[in-house]
Design a protein around this ligand. Structure first.
Ligand SMILES: [Zn+2]
Length: 555
């Protein structure tokens, strides 16, 4: 009811001011509006941060006033601002300050990258890195800390191996962690040692925690600067917002402070991590939408059903094809998912549950089904995050229950090399099956799960339409019958995330009255060959009619 009254109040002045001059008119563009009533236009006018008009340049220019800025974009392509429907903002901020060691061809190169980053870092401050892989070096034995310690004597350094299952520490880090020859191997872990029993610097599996627990937690100010860096990085790739797949109340509080202070221009749809105190707090407060001038939404709970496929943690109905005794792991009791879903329905919240395996997905659908029977809510928009492997019988249930599969197309192209080994051919038919889900009449919002994958939203756009990796492998695409069309893939990173976030009235398309969030690209992603999609450059990103990123040089 309150929403209805607000709409009336807003409608009156809009009518009276319909001919007020625009702030910005964009001309000579190929604008894919994602608005079915006018799908492709050449111009648009923007006023007060929202779209005032889309159509021909002649009509748009009728809104020109003395202070209107006119921008001729030389025939470039414009799409609505893209939104990543599943990503981790703080994780990205933290990974940006971590030294990337991926692809280093020698231990010397690893050390050189860390030394380059260490310039200007005060003595005593920890430096972290990730991605080394001694199998890519001439000598494939594990490294020892000595050379690292000589190069970096004054800062504790901790470098995680590419798979996350081993860490390399220098002497300062081991000193800070009180690790010595007397330290014992924890269960499920191993300290690599010299012949005389001294730690070599490499810590395996559970032994990593001996080092990791010595790393001081981020201060509030560090977290703030990590979040700012992650938002700036997102802008560079054409993102105007994202759905953050689970943060603590502490992090959400910091984001609220930042939004209140006007510190960022970005549309953040938060999912609250599964924590009983946080849930009680937010349920009592009630769902929050479009806070601080459309910067923050807090109305979703993130749950976990199972683990991931690569580490055989995804819960499967039948054992793994390559591990006959293993059905994967359940991270939450099914009753817990149903309980939180019931409470969320009563409190007006959405639930988004991570489910990768076919058993994980079925458990979530069953839990949602039971919760909805107890508390019928027509427009709940409950979500399954990843929805990666689905049993044939469960594919129609998403549409029947009104549950949104929130998928990350780029996971398909990252996993396709080994997914068949884990699952066997039969189960592959329901894996990364966005075409089968779309055919049931529902939407499939797209995302990246960054920093698990790279930030660039076009990676998932490309995977969705080609089902090929960046080298165009395999020819024709992997399980090619599951491809999306370009139009669907564009919707999957604009209007479908908006729908999954209850934002479709203000976001997701370039329609009069909606927020003026858009991206200028150097090529037409709707018509270029599949192999040319990933070369696309973002020329500029606009949020609320204002540039938040502009490329300095466009070839
Ligand atoms: Zn995630």
């Amino acid at each position: 009811m309150r929403r209805f009254l607000l709409a009336l109040v807003v409608a009156a002045p809009l009518g009276a001011q319909a001919n007020r001059p625009a702030d910005l008119i964009v001309t000579n563009a190929r604008i894919y509006t994602v608005d079915d009533s006018k799908p492709v236009v050449a111009a648009m006018a923007i006023r007060d941060g929202t779209i005032a008009f889309t159509g021909s340049a002649r009509e748009a220019m009728a809104l020109r006033g003395p202070s209107t800025k006119v921008m001729d974009v030389s025939g470039r392509t414009i799409i609505p601002g893209t939104v990543d429907a599943h990503a981790h903002l703080l994780g990205l901020g933290q990974s940006l300050k971590t030294v990337a060691l991926y692809g280093a061809k020698s231990y010397d190169e690893v050390i050189a990258r860390v030394v380059a980053r260490a310039k200007g870092v005060p003595a005593g401050q920890w430096i972290e890195g990730r991605g080394w892989d001694q199998n890519q070096w001439g000598d494939t034995r594990f490294p020892t800390h000595d050379a690292l310690t000589r190069a970096l004597p004054n800062n504790p350094v901790y470098l995680t191996r590419v798979d996350g299952h081993a860490g390399l520490a220098n002497a300062a880090a081991m000193k800070a962690a009180n690790v010595t020859a007397a330290s014992k191997d924890p269960s499920g872990g191993k300290i690599e040692r010299t012949a005389s029993g001294e730690p070599t610097g490499v810590f395996i599996d559970n032994a990593k925690s001996l080092l990791e627990r010595a790393i001081p937690p981020s201060t509030r100010e560090q977290t703030r600067s990590d979040l700012r860096a992650a938002i700036a990085e997102s802008h560079r790739w054409g993102l105007v917002g994202l759905h953050d797949a689970g943060e603590s109340k502490t992090t959400i509080d910091i984001l609220e402070d930042m939004a209140r202070a006007g510190e960022f221009n970005f549309r953040l749809y938060m999912m609250i991590g599964d924590d009983s105190a946080a849930l009680a707090h937010y349920f009592a407060r009630g769902p929050q939408s479009a806070l601080y001038d459309n910067r923050l939404w807090i109305r979703t709970i993130k749950l976990y059903a199972d683990g991931a496929l690569g580490s055989r943690g995804a819960a499967l109905l039948e054992p793994y094809n390559d591990d006959a005794k293993n059905n994967g792991l359940l991270l939450s009791a099914p009753a817990h998912i149903q309980d939180v879903a019931s409470r969320a329905l009563k409190a007006g919240f959405q639930v988004a549950t991570h489910a990768i395996g076919d058993r994980g997905n079925r458990i979530v659908l069953d839990a949602y089904d039971a919760a909805l029977k107890q508390n019928p809510v027509a427009d709940h928009r409950f979500r399954v995050e990843h929805a990666q492997v689905i049993n044939h019988d469960d594919i129609p249930r998403f549409a029947q229950l009104g549950v949104i599969p929130s998928m990350q197309a780029v996971h398909q192209t990252s996993d396709m090399y080994w997914a068949g080994t884990r699952l066997g051919q039969g189960r592959l038919l329901g894996a990364y099956a966005w075409r089968s889900l779309l055919n049931t009449g529902i939407v499939v919002p797209n995302g990246s799960d960054f920093p698990v994958e790279a930030v660039n939203p076009l990676l998932s756009f490309h995977s969705a339409v080609s089902r090929q990796d960046a080298e165009n492998w395999p020819a024709g695409g992997w399980l090619a019958e599951q491809k999306m069309t370009r139009e669907e893939a564009l919707k999957s990173m604009t209007i479908w995330p908006a729908y999954a976030g209850f934002q479709e009235a203000t976001m997701g398309s370039l329609s009069p009255g909606k927020l003026a969030d858009f991206v200028i690209l150097d090529r037409d992603i709707m018509t270029v060959a599949d192999r040319d999609i990933l070369g696309t450059l973002v020329v500029a990103t606009y949020i609320g009619g204002k540039p938040v990123y502009e490329r300095t040089q466009v070839p």
